[in-house]
Design a protein around this ligand. Structure first.
Ligand code: ZN
Length: 473
């Protein structure tokens, strides 16, 4: 049974989909006015993993993530670069796919609508809101009337409307009825892109975009709405108000929000240090970045640094080295009286249960990965014996297949198992061990120890057995 921490209920809820065996989810996508930064990569990677895990558990997933291709930041950037809005959107959407393809997002079956392709849907919702008395026109703008949704407004962000009202800034020239009212439609300004509407030329407000696109693809009520914690207020609060007042359904039933990424202990947007995903990709492979993101629980803040990424890199290498080692040993013939790897088979069972328990518990990827590392450790132990029986080979193969499937298909972390470097490393280590055997045969203990110590410094542990020396990384 999958449980989800639901921002709306403020607790961990059992996940009960609207339709048995199906999951509908909407995640707020990027505003395409710049290359995406590592803070945008976190929800992209995390929610992709949520989708993959639901599929692993047998659900059919309908996943929508939008592109915001019209808003103030977009218009500003278009003016700066001296091109039109569409040119900016096209450029950064292309860049988005270039960057995210390296962190292995599953694009198959994904719905990625653009806001500008749904202006008609937005106008329809706004008209509906005006008719129902939840919105009003003021000099070519249209505003949502928060007072008309007074009882429920603030339910997601756990804020009280009176507190919000007293804290809101009142501008002298404000044409809004209340400072909390937010724009659904903005009257066109000189030199801005605009669309025709019943209220004259203009463009949509940001919040209405997500209400329109989620409604178009997922209907009045759907299962999960996701995004970063910074979107809870006002964006998601306003989405709820608009959607519930216009469509009358439940809107999203489970609200999931991922934590921030900190650089030098400070929230990235606050410190002003934006680390672009493509900058990080110059130094680290996408699969390392992916493992780094999944290494922490999604609701917790994450510290971003080269140190953390190097940690993820060596964790990944640990998995790959064990698998390459297994592959080499599996190539040998089975021997009678070889190791049956019975303990490995047991750990495979308990680890796969632990993986599911962790992931079922609000997608605790850190716990899930912990179970995989336990299994890798046991695999290395089993491989130390080198000589495997028929059963032993079977158990090692099953373990290898399981680890590869979880890492690649469920967690989306591609492994390099046929890579020449991995194979070369093991061949080199074998060769060095051969030289060491010769040194020992000549009773050159100084050389033998020197080789052992130098390998240990490189993270390669060797173990002298009765008739063979084994190694692990
Ligand atoms: Zn949104």
């Amino acid at each position: 049974m999958i449980k989800i921490y639901n921002t709306l209920s403020g607790k961990v809820d059992e996940f009960k989909p609207i339709k048995d065996g199906e999951v509908s989810m909407y995640v707020c996508g990027p505003t395409v006015y710049n290359y995406i930064h590592i803070g945008n990569a976190r929800p992209a990677i995390f929610f992709d993993t949520v989708r993959r895990y639901f599929e692993y558990r047998g659900y059919k997933v309908k996943y929508v993530q939008n592109f915001t291709d019209v808003d103030d930041k977009m218009i500003k950037r278009a003016n700066e670069e001296g091109v039109n809005l569409k040119a900016i959107a096209d450029k950064y959407i292309k860049a988005y796919f270039e960057d995210t393809s390296k962190v292995n997002l599953k694009e198959e079956g994904m719905i990625r609508p653009k806001a500008t392709e749904h202006i008609g849907d937005m106008i329809e919702i706004i008209q509906n809101l005006i008719e129902k008395g939840h919105a009003y026109e003021a000099d070519g703008d249209v505003y949502f009337d928060v007072e008309s949704y007074k009882e429920k407004y603030g339910a997601l962000s756990k804020q009280n409307i009176d507190d919000l009202q007293s804290g809101a800034r009142i501008e002298v020239a404000d044409i809004k009825k209340s400072p909390l009212d937010f724009a659904l439609w903005k009257k066109a300004k000189e030199g801005e892109p605009s669309w025709d509407s019943p209220w004259g030329k203009g463009r949509p407000g940001w919040h209405i975009e997500c209400s329109a696109m989620s409604h178009r693809y997922l209907g009045d009520t759907f299962d999960i709405h996701g995004g970063g914690q910074d979107l809870i207020f006002p964006h998601h609060e306003n989405e709820i108000a608009q959607s519930k007042c216009s469509c009358g359904g439940e809107f999203a039933r489970y609200w999931m929000h991922n934590g921030y990424i900190n650089i030098n202990g400070e929230k990235m947007s606050k410190s002003g240090t934006f680390m672009l995903l493509r900058q990080v990709l110059e130094q680290f492979e996408g699969r390392v970045i992916r493992l780094f993101v999944l290494g922490a629980h999604y609701r917790k803040p994450m510290e971003f640094s080269n140190y953390e990424l190097n940690q993820a890199k060596s964790s990944l290498e640990r998995i790959e080295n064990a698998l390459v080692r297994a592959k080499n040993i599996l190539a040998n013939e089975a021997v009678e009286n070889g190791n049956d790897c019975v303990e490995l088979a047991e750990v495979l069972k308990t680890s796969s249960e632990k993986f599911i328990a962790g992931m079922d518990d609000d997608f605790n990827t850190a716990q899930g990965l912990g179970a995989i590392f336990e299994l890798v450790k046991e695999l290395n132990k089993a491989l130390d014996s080198e000589k495997l029986s028929v059963l032993g080979k079977e158990n090692v193969q099953k373990t290898v297949d399981y680890i590869v499937n979880i890492m690649e298909e469920v967690l989306g972390v591609k492994l390099k198992l046929d890579n020449e470097v991995g194979n070369l490393t093991s061949e080199l280590v074998e060769f060095i061990l051969e030289l060491r055997r010769e040194a020992r045969a000549e009773k050159n203990w100084g050389m033998s120890d020197k080789i052992r110590d130098r390998l240990a410094e490189m993270g390669i542990k060797i173990k002298d057995g009765k008739d063979k020396t084994t190694w692990s990384m």
